[in-house]
Design a protein around this ligand. Structure first.
Ligand SMILES: NC(=O)c1ccc[n+]([C@@H]2O[C@H](COP(=O)([O-])OP(=O)(O)OC[C@H]3O[C@@H](n4cnc5c(N)ncnc54)[C@H](O)[C@@H]3O)[C@@H](O)[C@H]2O)c1
Length: 403
């Protein structure tokens, strides 16, 4: 017998809350039950659009019949308190990033998840991105060495962020590393397979205005370095992002903050060349993310240039390898034109993961621990920047899994 669909109650009917509801409408196993916001001019039309009960806040939403999953899309400083309240009321929680604005609060949420029957997923959309999944799979299969360096440069838009927006106020947002940087601290953790040990950082203030540009260097175990730069200073049309993974004998360049295109260059031997040439025939399997519906135009293409490097072994960082062939791969989800599709489907896949885990008791890909470790790295970066000295700060040990 199929279980009845779980009822979703959204708290926070602003721009992203509305986006989440549109993304998950029609997801099997879910029905939109209620929406809540103290601003009725936001809650009423959204409730009407989805045929949902309209409430004025978390308390009345929790008291509404048929709410099994609470989605939180309120400003960041409210997340921890609301997530704990919803878990204590026996609900599952889909929490917008960041999980909390402090490591301490994120750890409290994680501990509540461990105690309660509910499941929690954080909307770290990059964890549900097919292109990053493909790179993780290629690394797990040994076609790419684990990255020894991660770089993310984010020329982001501030066009919709007026001077009074909560984004600029650390009391509400936690600051840029926490509000936005958590996506990439978490993505780096997934791609590098480790959590950072220490971080140094710089914050740059707009003349006469708020901090609008930050950079952090996080050191992961084994001397793997991850650089995170975020600059909220651009018009929408001038936004650009580059994620670069240095795999030593290979490099991946990924564009879009919602990744939609990657170019990979890998030096390889004959066996590797043959394996790279098979990759396009495995496109669907490489890009598969449960709950993410491909649009059908995704493309993985590989060209191998045999003998491009000559016959002598290549040497780097003291390692010599016989890698005469250059494989050039493109993983294309449709580029910027397909960003809206990829973004919405990543949110859908994150909620699908939550539903799946709620049913079988497993842990979502972006669960409470992922949320906590991202906040811990982001808070350490915020503190490091505040020293103003370039000194590095340890990422707190309490981010480690609790027993
Ligand atoms: N995952 C992503 O890619 C992504 C993208 C954008 C925003 N976000 C996150 O979504 C969240 C919301 O961002 P937004 O841009 O929609 O903000 P917003 O300001 O547009 O909307 C926030 C809404 O929350 C409501 N609200 C505030 N306090 C509340 C309370 N105590 N109870 C109920 N409602 C309350 C406000 O009235 C407002 O309608 C933030 O955490 C943000 O970081 C995530």
């Amino acid at each position: 017998m199929t279980a009845p669909p779980l009822g979703l109650g959204l708290v926070g009917c602003g721009s992203f809350g509305a986006y989440v509801l549109d993304a998950v409408a029609g997801l099997p196993g879910l029905r939109i039950a209620a929406v809540a916001d103290p601003d009725a001019s936001r809650a009423r039309p959204l409730g009407a659009r989805h045929g949902a009960t309209v409430c004025d806040g978390l308390g009345s939403l929790l008291a509404t019949d048929g709410v099994d999953v609470v989605a939180l899309a309120t400003p960041p400083a409210t997340h921890a308190r609301m997530a704990i309240g919803a878990l204590r009321a026996g609900k599952h929680v889909f929490c917008e990033k960041p999980l909390a604005t402090t490591t301490e609060d994120a750890a409290r949420v994680r501990d509540e998840v461990n105690r309660s029957p509910g499941t929690l997923a954080v909307d770290h959309v990059l964890r549900y991105n097919p292109l990053l999944r493909a790179l993780q799979r290629l690394t797990a299969e040994g076609l790419l060495d684990p990255p020894r360096r991660f770089l993310f440069e984010n020329d982001a838009s501030d066009e919709d962020l007026g001077p009074g927006h909560w984004f600029w106020d650390p009391a509400h947002s936690g600051g840029i590393f926490i509000e936005h940087g958590v996506h990439f601290f978490d993505a780096a953790r997934a791609l590098l397979g480790s959590e950072p040990e220490s971080v140094s950082a710089t914050a740059v203030q707009r003349p006469g205005g708020p901090v609008d540009m930050v950079i952090a260097d996080a050191v992961h175990p084994g001397g793997v370095l991850a650089t995170h730069l975020h600059s909220f200073t651009h018009a929408h049309r001038c936004e650009r992002q580059l994620m670069r993974l240095d795999h030593g004998f290979a490099e991946s360049r990924i564009t879009g903050w919602i990744p939609t295109y990657a170019a990979v260059i890998a030096w390889t031997d004959e066996e590797g060349a043959a394996r790279w040439e098979e990759i396009p025939s495995r496109t669907a399997e490489l890009l598969a993310v449960p709950g993410f519906r491909p649009h059908g135009g995704e493309r993985v293409a590989v060209t191998v240039h045999r003998g491009a490097g000559g016959t002598r072994p290549a040497r780097g960082r003291g390692v010599a390898r016989s890698v005469p062939h250059r494989a050039e791969a493109v993983i294309d989800l449709g580029g910027e034109a397909r960003k809206p599709h990829v973004y919405a489907e990543s949110v859908r896949a994150a909620v699908a993961d939550l539903l799946h885990c709620a049913a079988d008791g497993s842990t979502p890909v972006a669960g409470a621990h992922a949320g906590l470790t991202a906040v811990a790295a982001a808070e350490a970066a915020t503190r490091a920047a505040a020293t103003g000295t370039g000194q590095s700060v340890s990422v707190p040990a309490r981010a480690q899994p609790s027993s």
